[in-house]
Design a protein around this ligand. Structure first.
Ligand code: TYM
Length: 348
């Protein structure tokens, strides 16, 4: 990204570690599920340790009601558990419960360059026309994200496509830290893992806009808390065109809404978009939408039911989060101590 971030030539020699996070800023939707949650669970099965946290520090870069933030945090934790993360194997924790995130973020604030942050498209989108009224935290948001990742020396970061630029910045910060302080290979170059048919799920109302929790129209997204009838109704009403499905993916190039529904079907059915198009070639949405609705309800119903069960048992969620925070800190604290030594901070 920048001339200042000269590549770190040393090869990182540490273990494979998977890490990701979701903001505690409101309801989860199908994009979060397919782009992130479902893939965390798949990666857990590869046997490498998975660190997943609830990004509550990122959430407060825009206003969050203090009465609700802790419950929002529990809700994301419930989604992690309900989608299949096993707290015995994976480390599930609230970001703010591990102090080292803030410590490392400060050091990285002094490594990252203003010019790098000026190029971040998410800040431009989120701050809108009134940049001067945005919080400073919203601007340095990607620096905290780099700290989240590098604190655990994560090597793989499963995310949706919208996080790609933040991962590039993380790699630049890692390289610059290693170079500036003469510690080649200290931080790894984490790989963004952006795979599968649904790394960018689009709105059900507009195939050119991302499915997002901030979209004012609830019809634009399927929430993980929607019941079966609501899911089916939203899919039935999803915007499409009048053409039948083509027999190859090329035929979807100019049809964003149809392409999105095919991608969602493929991700839910654990198959490829090519296979879906082959299966439904020549059929109209009158046939495809009910099949998609059935599939979505079948895939999401167990997740939502388990989320609801867990939300009725906050003590169980709190146990998982407290235990996860302790285990996360035992990995993060020695890294931040080492960083303090490298930077030259006073130590007794
Ligand atoms: P957040 O909370 O906006 O989204 C959580 C995850 O869901 C993915 N996602 C999508 N995937 C496909 N289609 C969509 N429409 C869609 N919308 C969201 C996101 O890409 C993300 O993977 N900055 C992060 C949170 C974070 C983080 C981290 C992630 C903080 N620190 C360190 C990884 C590593 C965020 O705002 O995600």
């Amino acid at each position: 990204m920048s001339d200042a971030a000269s590549a770190d030539p040393a090869v990182y020699a540490g273990p494979r570690r998977i890490l990701s996070g979701i903001q505690a800023s409101g309801a989860l939707h199908l994009g979060n599920y397919l782009g992130a949650l479902k893939r965390f669970t798949a990666l857990q099965e590869t046997g490498a340790p998975v660190f997943v946290f609830v990004a509550d520090m990122h959430a407060i870069t825009v206003w969050q009601d203090p009465q609700k933030l802790a419950d929002q945090t529990r809700e994301i934790a419930a989604a992690y558990l309900a989608s299949g993360l096993d707290p015995a194997r994976s480390i599930i924790f609230p970001q703010s419960a591990v102090r080292a995130h803030a410590d490392l973020a400060w050091v990285f604030n002094c490594v990252a360059r203003l010019g790098w942050l000026d190029r971040m498209t998410q800040f431009k989108e989120k701050s809108g026309k009134h940049k001067e009224r945005a919080s400073v935290g919203l601007y340095t948001y990607p620096v905290l994200q780099a700290a989240d990742i590098l604190l655990y020396k994560a090597t793989e970061v499963p995310v949706g496509e919208d996080q790609k630029q933040h991962l590039e910045l993380t790699r630049d910060i890692a390289a610059k830290f290693n170079t500036d302080f003469g510690v080649p290979g200290f931080f790894p170059q984490p790989e963004p893992v952006i795979h599968g048919p649904a790394t960018r799920v689009m709105s059900l109302r507009d195939g050119s806009a991302k499915m997002s929790k901030s979209d004012p129209s609830d019809q634009s997204r399927i929430n993980l808390t929607d019941d079966a009838d609501t899911i089916a109704a939203k899919i039935r009403k999803a915007r499409t065109d009048a053409e039948p499905l083509p027999d190859s993916l090329d035929g979807l190039a100019e049809r964003p809404e149809a392409r999105n529904l095919v991608a969602i079907y493929a991700a839910l059915a654990n198959t490829s978009r090519e296979a879906v198009v082959e299966q439904f070639a020549g059929q109209g949405f009158g046939a495809f939408k009910p099949a998609l609705a059935d599939l979505a309800v079948e895939a999401l119903a167990p997740v939502t039911a388990e989320m609801r069960r867990l939300m009725n048992d906050p003590a169980e969620i709190d146990r998982v989060l407290a235990d996860g925070a302790e285990r996360a800190a035992s990995v993060a604290d020695p890294v931040v101590e080492e960083v303090k030594r490298i930077v030259g901070f006073w130590r007794a």
